[in-house]
Design a binder for this molecule. Sequence first.
Ligand code: ADP
Ligand code: MG
Length: 339
Amino acid sequence: MAKILELSEQLANQIAAGEVVERPASVVKELVENAIDAKSTQIDIYLEEAGLKKIQIVDNGEGIAAEDVSQAFKRHATSKIYNQADLFRIRTLGFRGEALPSIASVSKVTVETSSEGEVSGTRLVLVGGKMERHEKAALRRGTKITVEQLFFNTPARLKYVKTIQTELANIGDIVNRLALSHPSIAFRLFHEGNQMLRTSGNGELRQTIAGVYGVQTTKKMRSIEAKDLDFTIRGYVSLPEVTRASRNYISTIINGRYIKNFVLNKAITQAYGSKLMVGRFPIAIIEIEMDPLLVDVNVHPTKQEVRLSKEAELVTLLKQSISEALREENLIPNAYENK
Ligand code: ADP
Ligand code: MG
């Protein structure tokens, strides 16, 4: 008898979920990224028990057409890339077609969605990746996706999950970064009915920062701007007197994607030189636009690590723009920025 057998789809999805769905915050990240990719202008996130009981994301984006809904839960099924050329020019946050099948394989998922020009929407219920219901439903345009009983069938993962406070802090952190990366989208985050975050969505990065870190902190930030042939940098950095004890308040965003890059984060801190005390770090939100051909986002399933061509050039430009903004004469309170 043959010993080598192909894994069932359900098992393959659960294995992928091991990488993509580490904790409630990963579910929130993947679902919000889908809402962003669907061109939503309003995204609301509702949590119960830090997402362990319930995560619900409501968006006003393009929705999913009835004929596509079940396809969205198949492994490697995506509407975002179709060929190899697309893979090298990724503009969307998703492209691997892994999130929905992975999440569905370890929870109970209800999707309610309706796309432009459809008479009625669709409601789909999956439990542990198995389709339980697929029906028509009267809905407004957009997508509402509800994830319950997370990790009900993967006890080891459930054990790994930490306290409500820790998981909630992780979700808050990821939603902050997603909001900072998308000033044109109005975000709201609720836990047990209490609002934890609200951003205006009016396209002003400064106002989004105020929504996330507060108006007082934002007043102590200076704008940076730089451009060369390959990169456009925009953003805000805190004055040297406004620091934090961790690097967690540095957000580097490349083409709308929040990324983790040690070299860039180090460059940001180094630009402060001796202005920072040891063990203190600035608050910084840095948006970098570059040709997608220069960024390889296909490095890790969560896509937070990327490989950059011309990294050294970017580091130089970034450091210059920050030291410029922090030059003594620029540190004098600026009437416009303090408004
Ligand atoms: P990926 O984002 O990599 O394409 P996903 O598994 O996250 O893979 O989603 C599969 C597909 O489902 C997406 O390509 C998209 O077409 C559709 N989809 C998922 N979420 C939404 C949403 N909130 N609004 C519209 N379409 C969505
Ligand atoms: Mg996705």
